[in-house]
Design a protein around this ligand. Sequence first.
Ligand code: SF4
Ligand code: F3S
Ligand code: FES
Length: 238
Amino acid sequence: MLTTLKIYRYDPENGGAPHYDTFTLEAQPTDRVLDLLERVRDDHDGTLAFRRSCAHGVCGSDAMRINGRNYLACKVLVKDLGTTEITIEPLLGLPVKKDLVVDMGPFFDHYREVMPYLVNDEEPPEGKERLQTPAERELFDDTTKCILCAACTTSCPVFWANGNYQGPAAIVNAHRFIFDSRDRAAEPRLAVLARQTGVWSCRTAFNCTEACPRDIKVTQAIAEVKRALVRRKPSARR
Ligand code: SF4
Ligand code: F3S
Ligand code: FES
C-alpha cells in the first residue's frame, strides 16, 4: 500500500530552518517504521539522519516520535499505526543534532547522577557470591529491563518544562539499585532524588509508563522511590 512519511528535517551545519520532507513509498502492513526510514535513506535521500543499531528492540537507540507518540522505530509496525500517513519527529525535550538524532548528553547526565551501578565495598562471603533471595530479587526485577531509550523521559511534560528534572529513566535506574539488597549506596541516590529536581517534581502524568517499550511500570517505580524517601531516617533528610 502507498504510505506517506512526513519526516522532520534539520541540519544546523547547512543553516536551513527546521522543516518536514514528505516521501511516498510502497509499504507492507508488517513493515516496521525503521524499515521505511532505511528505505527512504537508501532510495530517496542519503542525507537523512537517524540512529539504529540492533533493530530488535534491545539497544534503545531508535526512540522517536511517531504520529505524536514515542516508540522504538524497530518495534512499531505500519499496521499498528492504523494509518498510511506517518509523521516522524525527534524526541521532544532534547536538542536536535540532525533530523531525528537528538543530543542524549543531558539524558545521560541525569542517569549518571544516580550512580547506576552496584556499590558495595564490603568483602564478599568467602568462596561465594553475594546471595539474595528470590523475594529480594523480585523487588527490582522490573527496573532491570530498562534499555535507556529515553522514550519515558522525553514524553514527560515535567521534563519538557524543566530539563533539569531528573526524569523517569534516571529514577528507574536508581530504583534498580536502591532496592537491591546487595547494594550499600541507597542513601546518596535518595539524596539526589530528594532535591527539587528529583522525584517530587513528578506529577504522576503516566506518559512515561505508556511510552516505555519494555512495559516497565515506570510510575510505580517512581512511587516506590518516593515511599523510600519518606521512610528515610530523619537524620538523612535535608
Ligand atoms: Fe526506555 Fe522504559 Fe528505560 Fe524509560 S524506563 S529509558 S522508556 S526502557
Ligand atoms: Fe512525568 Fe511519568 Fe511523573 S510522565 S510526571 S515522570 S509519572
Ligand atoms: Fe535497537 Fe531499535 S534499533 S532498539
